[in-house]
Every structure is written in structure tokens, then in C-alpha cells.
Write a protein that binds this ligand. Structure first.
Ligand SMILES: Cc1cc2nc3c(=O)[nH]c(=O)nc-3n(C[C@H](O)[C@H](O)[C@H](O)COP(=O)(O)O)c2cc1C
Length: 315
């Protein structure tokens, strides 16, 4: 049994968070992960305050276990969402794509444990100073918005830089990834891409099939010219975005307009032509749909085996 201080801190059996994923991580997925002993997280990105409130209440009906909400700081509804989580007495928050500093005092006063996703040492230190109880160090292998450093280099440097616990994210899809993360000094992991194909994940079957069929070379990073790099599967949409991004006369507004709604089209409509299918490099390792419980038990069974044999090279 693998247990770390993260388990006590968040009241979970296994030290694993399911990443908050816009248009993907709804009450169904979050409750399934929490019921399986991980920390399920509802994505706040695609909701206004009232939509998020409904999803939180739905999740409470589906699980009595702890779950969290991800507040995406670039959301147009971020102020509303930041308020709703307090009103709804959400006890654990993760934050993505920015600095949650503005909201921290109110969240801490409400007794919320806040875990920002960070991609640099500076940001991790700032989060610790502002009262975060842990950070998620997310490497650029990850699906969705990414930073510059990769997990292998980022995680140990962040572990050395802060005293609060660190969870590793980006490129973790099985027990070997969990074992490696623990060896790098992390006390837990956050997994996104693998949970895309959880049976309880309500995204389109087209999306799941694309993840399952993906090879190790099938993701691409776009949006770097906007200062907003995003990793997704190679599709007609991503190829078109990449082409447009390199056109000399295209404006930021035109590019943003072209990208608007693309994740929703992928996740909710299964639009293979015009959808943006966010996924990480680990997609190549993912070969089948399973329940969240099967995934988590398999991942930690493998991790135990790997860690049990970890001293085989030590003579
Ligand atoms: C489809 C998708 C949507 C995502 N949306 C968000 C989001 O709204 N907020 C956030 O903080 N992270 C988001 N992420 C990142 C995940 O929460 C998680 O940190 C990441 O997927 C971990 O890396 P992995 O994909 O290699 O497992 C998203 C990732 C994916 C694949």
C-alpha cells in the first residue's frame, strides 16, 4: 500500500489527483475518482458560477468522499467561480493558468486547502508564501496549457525549493510514472490524459478513440506565439491552427477567434474536423477504456511492484 502525507492532508486512500479538465472533468468523473480513493476534481473553466454550483451539488449526490474544484484563472467567469466555491463550502481547490494571489485571502479564510498548478520554481515559492498547502508541479508533457520545463527536470527542482508537499503532473499514466514521481521527491501525482478514457468520463467516444489510437508522436504544441502553449492531439484543427499561427499577417484576435469553442466541439460534440482534442504525450501508452477504480488500482499495484524492486541495482 502506498501512502504519503498527501493522503492524510486530503483524506484520500491513494495519493492521486484527477486533473481538473475543462469540458471533461464533470461530476461523473470526479465522483468516480473520489469513490475509487483518489481525489476527483471538477473543472471550473467551462462554467459560470451557477453552472459550477449545480455540478458541485451533483457530485455531492454521487460521492460522500472528498473532491475538489479546479479554478482556471483565465476563465471569463473566474470572479464568479471563486465566489461560488466559498459559498458551496468546497474544501479543496486547485488553480490553473495563472496566479491565484487575488483570491487566496478569501479562500484561506474560508478554510479551503489551495493547491496551485505551477510550472516554475518562482511560482511554486510564491504559492507557498501566499498560503498554498501543496503545489502541483506540471511538466510540459502534459495535455492542455503547458509551461516550458518537463516533469523530470521540474519536479526535483520544485521539491528542493519549497517545504510544502509537491504532486507531480505531466506524462504520468501508469505505476512506473507514479514510482518515478515519488523517487523525484513528489508525494503524489496528478493525472489528466489517462482519465480521459475512464468509463465514467462523459466526453465523446470520438475523443476517447483518438486517445486510445494515438502513438507517442501524435501530440503537438500550438499557441506559443500567443504566449499560451497548449498540447493537443494532431488533428485537422491543430494542423490548421499551426499553419495560421505562422502566417505573418494574422492578428491575435483572429487566431483566438479560430480557437474559440474548439475543446467543447471535441469533448461534447466529437467533432473530429473542428475540435481541439487536448491530450498529453502519455496518450501513446493508453490502450483501453477502464473504470476509474480499475485504473487507480492498476496504477498503484504497478507502482508498488516497481518500488518493491527499486533496490535491485544497489549492490
Ligand atoms: C483535456 C484537458 C483539459 C485540461 N484542462 C485543464 C483545466 O481546465 N485546468 C487546469 O488546471 N488544467 C487542465 N488540464 C491539465 C490537467 O489538469 C493535468 O494537470 C494534466 O493533464 C496532467 O498531465 P497528463 O495529461 O500528462 O496526465 C487539462 C488537461 C487535459 C488533457
Amino acid at each position: 500500500m502506498i501512502r504519503t502525507p498527501i493522503c492524510e492532508l486530503f483524506g484520500i486512500k491513494y495519493p492521486i489527483f484527477q486533473g481538473g479538465m475543462a469540458w471533461v472533468a464533470d461530476a461523473s468523473l470526479a465522483a468516480a475518482v473520489s469513490n475509487a480513493g483518489g481525489l476527483g476534481i471538477i473543472a471550473g473553466m467551462n462554467s459560470n458560477g451557477e453552472q459550477l454550483r449545480a455540478e458541485i451539488r451533483k457530485c455531492r449526490e454521487m460521492t460522500s468522499k472528498p473532491f475538489g474544484v479546479n479554478v482556471m484563472l483565465m476563465s471569463p467567469f473566474v470572479d464568479e467561480v471563486a465566489h461560488t466555491v466559498v459559498e458551496e463550502h468546497v474544501s479543496i481547490l486547485t488553480t490553473g493558468a495563472g496566479n491565484p494571489g487575488k483570491y487566496m485571502p478569501a479562500w484561506l479564510e474560508a478554510g479551503i486547502r489551495v493547491v496551485p498548478v505551477v510550472a516554475s520554481i518562482g511560482f511554486a515559492r510564491l504559492a507557498e508564501k501566499r498560503g498554498a498547502c501543496a503545489v502541483i508541479a506540471e511538466g510540459a508533457e502534459s495535455g492542455g496549457h503547458i509551461g516550458k520545463l518537463h516533469t523530470m527536470a521540474l519536479v526535483p527542482q520544485i521539491c528542493d525549493a519549497v517545504k510544502i508537499p509537491v504532486l507531480a503532473a505531466g506524462g504520468i499514466g501508469d505505476g512506473r510514472g507514479v514510482a518515478a514521481a515519488l523517487m523525484l521527491g513528489a508525494q503524489g501525482v496528478q493525472v489528466g490524459t489517462r482519465f480521459l478514457v475512464a468509463k465514467e468520463c462523459t466526453i465523446s467516444q470520438t475523443y476517447k478513440d483518438k486517445v486510445i489510437k494515438a502513438s507517442e508522436l501524435d501530440t503537438v504544441v500550438t499557441g506559443e506565439s500567443l504566449g499560451d502553449a497548449v498540447r493537443s492531439l494532431k488533428t485537422p484543427f491543430s494542423r490548421e491552427f499551426e499553419k495560421k499561427e505562422h502566417e505573418a499577417d494574422i492578428s491575435r484576435e483572429e487566431l483566438e477567434k479560430f480557437g474559440a469553442g474548439a475543446l467543447r466541439r471535441a469533448a461534447r460534440e466529437g467533432d473530429a474536423q473542428n475540435g481541439c482534442f487536448l491530450a498529453g504525450e502519455i496518450a501513446g501508452l493508453i490502450k483501453k477504456e477502464q473504470s476509474a477504480k480499475e485504473m487507480i488500482e492498476e496504477i498503484f499495484g504497478e507502482a508498488e511492484k516497481v518500488l518493491g524492486g527499486a533496490d535491485q541495482w544497489v549492490k
